[in-house]
Design a protein around this ligand. Structure first.
Ligand SMILES: Nc1ncnc2c1ncn2[C@@H]1O[C@H](COP(=O)(O)OP(=O)(O)OP(=O)(O)O)[C@@H](O)[C@H]1O
Length: 504
């Protein structure tokens, strides 16, 4: 009967995510267990691709095999492996079962099997039961038999994905998991994110310059890296240039290189970033911060396709694909004369706006899961998760610092939990108070509730300004130029004000 259901799904046309999700749903009801998960092996880590009975945030977690002995044991065997209730080995899903969201439910009975597709180890399937002795010898045998159908479903999914990639003219995704792809993995399943990833895949295959637009911390650098990885230039370097950190006086030699003696301190001949990126991609981050004089030099190179090292007459041809990113409104900067219109038009051939986190809240639980697992691993905790109220608090916050801010909020909360007495062997559950969301958005108090300042108006105003500046700095990782922008102040005025208020 179960075989028939699984077989019917195999021959039906289904989107790949749906096919694998239906598979784990069917297995869960067949085995009558609490949770089923299908995890794909990516070098040294396992990535959940479909889960049932576990918190949704599990999909954002990446389990390092070396840190999860049960997963390592399953991978090491070609037969199903069962972990009876008394097993000493820690369970990777401790604290992640969806059935009793607030409570800690230790998993009792577990089994898993490694999966092989075309002779290579693809990943694992795990089953967890809340009651002890749920899985008997027959269940283990059935798992072995059913794993063949699961492997067939995965194979079909991979073929479908490869076909789709081919139709879109992109690179196949199967078997392309590199260390860089893992390090810079883009987590999230929201339709908005999926749409951008598809668009990136299509434009990656072209040679067009791409301009990534979006608020601070939305992941522009990750998208630039993905674009490079999915382009025909992936085997060549992607060179990163932070335009905000490029002093005007050094910009030319940094970008184009210099010859020996071109200026005092130029002790030897040196290639610049353009030459380093030859054949590959040059990523100009925070391009809106480029000084006008540097913009002019950059434009000349883009027009000619040739660079000249500072102090040298020789022209060198470079073949570089440009990707730029900014959190500024470049069109506005053009209007204000802060950015050259001709350079803007060269860079913005293919603009891709990245929506802020508050507009794709479906991604939030997965991103939170991702950062929770990173912190769990880094701090050596048995288990780290959010209390349901904490997840709600995260969902209700407006995230001006986007994903970078979420990452910091979770890291800080995990450390705080430890400093307040949580043990590494506990299932650590982060409560909303620990998240310390900046101000938890204190609304401006209604006028009738304002008490007259005892210290006088001027001092009260000073205090209020100090508080706002500290808050803006905190939200922008102590970056003064970004804090100034958030406060809609000129950076030099913010510095002056901070000095007057004794903040510097
Ligand atoms: N979808 C995502 N999945 C996982 N991590 C992400 C994602 N988006 C962003 N991050 C993480 O958030 C942090 C900020 O991302 P990134 O530096 O790419 O943002 P940005 O838009 O370039 O920011 P800025 O404009 O301030 O330079 C990084 O640590 C990055 O790894």
């Amino acid at each position: 009967m179960l075989d028939a259901v699984l077989f019917a799904d195999l021959v039906t046309e289904l989107p790949s995510a749906v096919r694998l999700q239906r598979l784990v749903n069917t297995l869960r009801s067949h085995f009558g267990c609490g949770a089923v998960a299908l995890l794909q092996l990516q070098q040294a880590q396992l990535k959940p691709v479909a889960v049932q009975g576990l918190l949704r945030e599990t999909l954002g977690r990446r389990f390092q095999v070396a840190q999860h002995p049960r997963l390592a044991a399953i991978l090491a065997s070609r037969q199903p492996v069962r972990f009876p209730p008394g097993s000493e080995l820690p369970d990777p899903y401790d604290g992640l079962l969806a059935e009793q969201p607030g409570a800690v439910v230790p998993v009792h009975d577990c089994m898993g099997v490694s999966l092989y597709v075309e002779g290579r180890c693809w990943g694992v399937l795990t089953l967890d039961a809340l009651s002890p002795a749920n899985f008997d010898a027959l269940a283990v045998l059935q798992l072995q038999q059913l794993s063949l159908l699961v492997e067939a479903a995965i194979r079909i999914t991979e073929l479908e994905q490869a076909n789709r990639a081919l139709r879109q003219g992109g690179l196949p995704t199967v078997g392309t998991s590199t260390t860089a792809a893992q390090q810079y993995e883009i987590i999230g399943q929201s339709p908005a994110l999926q749409q951008i990833l598809q668009e990136l895949d299509v434009v990656a295959g072209s040679e067009l310059p791409v301009l990534l637009l979006g608020e601070t911390g939305v992941g522009k650098e990750l998208f630039a890296r993905q674009l490079h990885r999915r382009s025909g230039r992936a085997e060549r370097p992607m060179i990163y240039v932070n335009c905000a950190a490029l002093p005007e006086s050094l910009a030319e030699s940094e970008l184009f290189g210099h010859s020996k003696g071109a200026f005092s301190g130029a002790l030897s001949e040196r290639a610049g970033r353009f030459e380093a990126a030859d054949g590959g991609t040059l990523f100009l981050d925070e391009v809106g911060e480029l000084a006008l004089s540097v913009q002019a030099k950059l434009l000349r190179v883009l027009q000619n396709g040739e660079i000249q090292r500072l102090g040298s007459d020789k022209l060198r041809r470079v073949n570089v694909r440009l990707v730029a990113a900014t959190n500024r409104d470049l069109q506005q900067q053009v209007k204000q004369g802060e950015f050259r219109a001709d350079l803007y038009h060269r860079l913005s051939v293919y603009p891709i706006p990245i929506p802020p986190l508050r507009e794709r809240s479906e991604d939030l639980p997965l991103l939170a899961g991702h950062f929770l697992e990173q912190n769990r691993s880094r701090l050596g905790l048995r288990s780290l998760r959010l209390a349901p109220a904490a997840e709600l608090a995260l969902l209700g916050y407006h995230w001006p610092g986007n994903i970078r801010e979420l990452e910091h909020v979770i890291s800080r909360a995990a450390i705080k939990a430890l400093s307040q007495g949580a043990q590494r062997s506990d299932i650590v559950i982060l409560q909303p108070e620990l998240l310390d969301l900046p101000g938890s958005q204190p609304q401006a108090p209604a006028l009738e509730h304002i008490e007259l300042p005892v210290q006088g108006l001027k001092q009260a105003v000073n205090q209020f300004q100090q508080q706002l500046i500290r808050q803006a700095l905190q939200q922008h990782q102590q970056c003064w130029s970004k804090a100034a922008r958030a406060l809609q102040l000129d950076a030099s005025n913010l510095h002056k004000l901070a000095q007057r208020l004794g903040l510097k």
